[in-house]
Design a binder for this molecule. Structure first.
Ligand SMILES: Nc1nc2c(ncn2[C@@H]2O[C@H](COP(=O)(O)OP(=O)(O)OP(=O)(O)O)[C@@H](O)[C@H]2O)c(=O)[nH]1
Ligand SMILES: [Zn+2]
Length: 334
């Protein structure tokens, strides 16, 4: 059960629009509030888009409500962690353009990330107005997943954007834009919200390239829904996405179950069902290579994550025993 009667009477459901180290900013229909975090809750456990219950008075988070979906990525930097990017997204708008940016592996990667987080990807191919025939790009995007939804869209044409994306951006729906720099995410966001956003150049970044602004991250769209735009959204990586990868590459994942050996690497082993399908021409060899590459990358990232967790745990033990040791020493007389 999501809410008890007592909770409904005393606590207010609000949606998170900003996450800071020691507090969150959340809003409901009438107001925006700063909420402190209770001792057992870390800022890292809350994402923009989360629904929570707020205590009355000075304002503190009582608890975070169960999510319908959550996007996460491998955190950048030295220590490997999983970082929450956005919660309760219905649709991830994966944006690419009809030019050198277009990359099938990249679309597959975004699709995997979205599906891993229980959110549906749709593919938007911008800048069709700049080339003669965008159809081949569209066809490629449609091949990324079964029943893929893909469209070409001039991001500068606000009316066309609202009309084309309306079905995913209405009341009660939350979307986010993902894609490389310059593909038209800000332009699409402006068409959807009616507000001009900061561009990448204007967004301040520190010497390490980290974005330091936390501009408003959850914005109402003209079509009635909500748009999440956070710096993390723009730097999506890949992690713990194995099941998402297997949804995107369903034809391989399903056939792999028929290989003779359970741990078949599909590298020419006897009885390899995938090898047989490639030879028969029913599966695409290029896609097989991309599937293997993504799985390897994901396995590597997941392994390093597990290692990092184990290391942190061991390190924590050392710290605690050192502290206990020095306390005992300090407690000693003389
Ligand atoms: N002709 C045309 N230009 C477009 C289209 N979409 C975006 N542009 C232009 O491409 C440039 C980059 O677009 P942005 O919306 O800033 O791209 P972005 O993805 O937000 O880039 P970052 O902020 O770097 O992540 C701008 O000059 C846009 O006006 C389109 O569909 N057609
Ligand atoms: Zn095999």
């Amino acid at each position: 059960m999501q809410l008890s009667i007592e909770e409904v009477e005393t606590l207010a459901p609000m949606r998170v629009i900003e996450v800071h180290r020691d507090r969150v900013v959340a809003m409901d229909e009438t107001q925006t509030r700063q909420l402190a975090l209770p001792g057992d809750l870390n800022a890292g456990d809350i994402a923009v888009g989360d629904w929570l219950l707020a205590e009355p008075g000075p304002g503190r988070v009582a608890r975070v409500l169960e999510r319908r979906s959550v996007l996460s990525r491998r955190a950048s930097g030295h220590r490997i962690r999983n970082q929450l990017i956005a919660a309760n997204l219905n649709t991830l708008l994966v944006v690419t353009s009809c030019n050198a940016d277009f990359s099938l592996p990249r679309l597959e990667r975004y699709a995997a990330l979205a599906l891993e987080g229980d959110c549906d990807p749709i593919f938007i191919i911008t800048k069709p107005d700049l080339i003669e025939d965008p159809a081949p790009y569209l066809a490629k995007a449609q091949s990324v997943i079964q029943n893929a939804i893909a469209m070409t869209l001039n991001a500068r044409d606000h009316a066309a954007v609202q009309e084309a994306l309306g079905p995913w951006c209405g009341a009660g729906q939350t979307v986010a834009l993902a894609g490389s720099s310059g593909v038209g995410k800000s332009t699409l966001a402006e068409a959807l919200t009616g507000e001009k956003l900061e561009t990448a150049d204007a967004r301040s970044a520190d010497a390490k390239g980290r974005h330091t602004t936390t501009a408003r991250s959850l914005m109402p769209m003209l079509t009635g829904g909500w748009l999440i735009d956070t710096p993390g959204m723009r730097e999506l990586g890949m992690q713990d996405a194995a099941s998402g990868i297997d949804v995107v590459f369903a034809e391989f994942a399903e056939l792999a179950a028929q290989c003779k050996f359970r741990d078949c690497a599909h590298e020419g082993e006897p009885g390899c069902a995938i090898g047989a399908a490639i030879e028969a021409g029913t599966l695409d060899a290029g896609r097989l290579q991309r599937w293997k590459k993504l799985r390897l990358e994901d396995a590597h990232n997941s392994a390093s994550l597990a290692e990092a967790r184990a290391r942190d745990k061991a390190f924590g033990k050392v710290i605690r025993s050192t502290q206990a040791h020095s306390k005992r020493r300090k407690g000693r007389p003389g």
